[in-house]
Design a protein around this ligand. Structure first.
Ligand code: PMP
Length: 364
């Protein structure tokens, strides 16, 4: 007899998302470089705003996030009426799938794309479609070839996680222009702030009715633990997403800390500069030790090893040295390790440990 109580189709196909490891057994001072967190943490102003919010924990938060949306609008030159805020950009991705994709619809993303696209598509009952990349880079022609009548959403992260690569504005525009009429292009800009002068696609969104962008406070703003993200898009799409958004999805503490964070442009600038400097340093240091990586545009690098066995052994050696990086076999990259750009001391420790490993010390 079949089970009478069953979840919606697709849900049992979801493999649980695993966050980056945070600890090494037996070590209390391990350095976590597994979740692309900002080693400098949030702006002091964000911390102060969070502390002030403690005095009104008994009050329900505002439902329309007006003040936060206005601050984001000011910082990025965007219309606040076309911004929606969520508990991380994960929630905006979820809203998009819930609102626009269902059974018999397809949600397209790249083969090494962020795992939540697949999870949110399945949660909505839609069919996830992973498209090949070219040399670990989004392939617009392959995506366009994979789209058809059933395609409702196309997600690309630009820069992409975990590859760190990105495509230029002309390619993004060609993708937007080539999609079937019923499909929305979602530009996931979780790492957009790490690219100097990059608007994440905002200008394109201003000119088109089929493009949406998602952004986050978890990366350069250093607020991953607080869970705040936002989306920007054509007004009709933002109106749809707001209908399924829980009215109290963001607490007052989230809204106020995020507002203070987005107003502190200096902190963002300093974090970007330091990331750019140490990313170039680490990529070069690893390359010198025989561990190549693609040019990364984000706050991590994807280090490539000879094969899965070598990546596994290096990961274990790094752990023994108190360094936690991210295995990315779940992203179809078993021979790679994704290493977050930490502060200078952490980067030096990683380079030293990888050098030791390559010199055969890790085998002992
Ligand atoms: N998109 C990409 C590409 C990411 O790497 C992440 C975080 N790992 C997210 C979205 C979600 O981030 P958050 O929910 O913290 O905003």
């Amino acid at each position: 007899m079949s089970e009478p109580i069953r979840p919606q189709p697709g849900i049992m196909e979801i493999a649980l998302y695993e966050g980056g490891a945070a600890q090494v057994a037996g070590l209390s001072d391990a350095i976590k470089l597994s979740s692309n967190e900002n080693p400098f943490g949030p702006s002091d102003r964000a911390k102060e705003a969070f502390q002030r919010a403690v005095h009104k924990l008994h009050r329900y938060p505002g439902t329309d996030h007006r003040s936060l949306r206005e601050a984001i609008g000011e910082a990025h030159g965007l219309d606040p009426e076309r911004i929606i805020c969520g508990t991380g950009s994960d929630e905006i991705i979820h809203f998009l799938c819930q609102a626009y994709a269902g059974p018999r619809d397809e949600v397209v993303f790249t083969e090494h794309g962020f795992l939540m696209y697949r999870i949110s598509a399945l949660a909505a009952g839609a069919t996830p479609v992973a498209v090949k990349e070219r040399e670990r880079t989004t392939d617009v022609d392959a995506i366009l070839a994979a789209c058809g009548r059933k395609t409702k959403l196309v997600f690309i992260a630009n820069p992409n996680n975990p590859t760190g690569t990105m495509i230029g504005p002309a390619e993004v525009e060609r993708l937007a222009a080539g999609l079937p009429k019923q499909a929305i292009l979602v530009l996931d800009g979780a790492y957009a702030e790490y690219v100097e002068g990059f608007d994440g696609g905002a200008e394109l969104i201003g000119r088109r009715s089929n493009v949406v962008m998602t952004r986050t406070f978890s990366k350069i703003y250093g607020l991953g633990g607080l869970r705040i993200g936002w989306g920007y898009g054509p007004k009709p799409i933002i109106d749809v997403l707001n209908r399924i958004r829980g009215p109290f999805n963001l607490s007052a503490a989230q809204q106020e800390a995020a507002e203070a964070a987005v107003r502190d442009r200096e902190h963002v600038e300093r974090c970007r500069e330091e990331n750019t400097r140490m990313r170039a340093w680490l990529a070069e240091a690893l390359a010198e030790k025989g561990v190549p990586s693609d040019t990364s545009c984000a706050n991590f690098i994807l280090a490539r090893f000879a094969d899965e066995a070598e990546a596994t052994a290096c990961d274990q050696y790094l752990q023994s040295q108190g360094l936690i990086v991210r295995r990315v076999a779940g992203y179809g990259l078993p021979h790679c390790l994704r290493i977050t750009i930490g502060d200078e001391a952490s980067c030096r420790r990683v380079a030293h440990a990888v050098g030791q490993f390559k010199a055969g010390k890790g085998a002992a």
